[in-house]
Design a protein around this ligand. Structure first.
Ligand SMILES: O=C(O)CCC(=O)C(=O)O
Ligand SMILES: [Fe+2]
Length: 349
């Protein structure tokens, strides 16, 4: 196995103490439930493209997945596998660039549009613990504004990304419409609430093989702060785990599927009916793993709060309204911790 070097390090990656989590934060593989996985939703089986619109069964399945898991995999989603494969190859190539090339993108300044970084967790008494991964992120709208900043090499990242982003945008629109209908709302309701010019960010995560996956994590436990995430992952390599009924559940990779999960903003907009669920990425000894998350978040000026139609005597508002910029500010303040952002906007009923 080729060794990997983080862009901000001066020697090849090794499992030094700076990556080792205290015992109570370790993945504890023996506790991971093998009994269940997240629901799989087949767009072909339920017809989403006919003139009559999506079938009630599809909406019902999706709604149930959003309530019970906050996560599902979608198959036969209509995004050509060639587009996905090209994108995966291009994203992988970024992490195969020599560390000094990748280093040009390295920054801890989150306001930079194109950036490479290594996540960490602040652990009491131990300080920063680095995650066993490297992430590369940039916006995925107005590609023309930053495309010249993206890596030029290899598998034509720029072309692959432009094509992929177009497909994912239309898949996201379809998902938002289905999720709105699942909540019993007009199909354009969520998209309107999130606002024009949503914040669209892409994040490619690279998890090199790890000598002892029991000691560290690829990504710390978190919920996504945005509204909706569509994730593509390396074929055949498991890594993502989600919480279900208080237990960690591994997400089995399904060929050509996307993993879809709801972010904090949908939990707030749905007044807690749909869940933004805690998840994490674990590492493995054998194979590098790449995942590419496409995040769809509100415009920073959009006002987010429980949708009025979802509030009644039985379901009083669980959150106060806020401008998304306010949420983001709080999010960045909590960097390095197990973030509890939406909890700060919760109302005491
Ligand atoms: O690599 C994964 O499967 C998880 C990625 C993720 O949760 C994220 O980028 O927010
Ligand atoms: Fe995530």
């Amino acid at each position: 196995m080729k060794s990997f070097q983080l862009a901000n390090e001066s020697s090849p990656l090794s499992l030094s103490s700076s990556f080792i989590l205290p015992e109570d934060r370790r993945p504890q593989f023996s506790q991971v439930s093998k009994l269940t996985s997240i629901p799989i939703i087949d767009f072909n089986n339920h017809g989403t493209n006919n003139d009559d619109g999506p079938s009630p069964l599809l909406i019902q399945k999706l709604s149930q997945a959003c309530e019970e898991y906050g996560f599902f995999q979608v198959i036969n989603h209509g995004v050509p596998s060639e587009t996905c494969n090209k994108m995966m190859a291009a994203a992988t190539e970024v992490f195969e660039l020599p560390p000094e090339e990748r280093g040009k993108f390295f920054t801890t300044d989150h306001t930079k549009p194109v950036k490479l970084y290594n996540f960490y967790l602040n652990v009491e008494g131990q300080g920063k613990v680095n995650m066993w991964s490297e992430s590369f992120s940039h916006p995925w709208n107005h590609i023309e504004d930053f495309i010249h900043l993206l890596p030029k090499n290899g598998f034509q990242y720029r072309e692959a990304f432009t094509e992929y982003a177009k497909e994912i945008r239309s898949l996201m629109n379809r998902l938002l419409s289905l999720i709105s209908q699942g909540l019993g709302l007009q199909k354009d309701c969520l998209q309107k609430r999130l606002g024009e010019e949503p914040i669209l960010k892409a994040q490619a995560n690279y998890y090199p093989p790890c000598p002892d996956p029991e000691l560290t994590l690829g990504l710390a436990v978190h919920t996504d702060l945005n509204a909706l995430t569509v994730l593509m992952q390396s074929e055949g390599v498991t890594g993502l785990q989600v919480i279900k009924d208080g237990k960690w559940v591994a997400v089995d990779p399904v060929p050509n599927a996307f993993i879809v999960n709801l972010g904090d903003q949908i939990q707030v907009l749905s007044n807690g009916r749909y869940k933004s669920v805690h998840h994490r990425a674990v590492t493995n000894k054998m194979y590098p793993r790449v995942s590419l998350a496409m995040f769809y978040g509100p415009n920073k000026d959009s006002v987010i709060g429980p949708i009025e139609d979802l509030i009644d005597e039985e379901h009083p508002p669980m959150y106060r309204k806020y401008r998304y910029a306010e949420f983001l500010e709080e999010f960045y303040k909590q960097e390095g911790s197990r973030r509890m952002v939406k909890e700060g906007f919760q109302l005491q009923n």
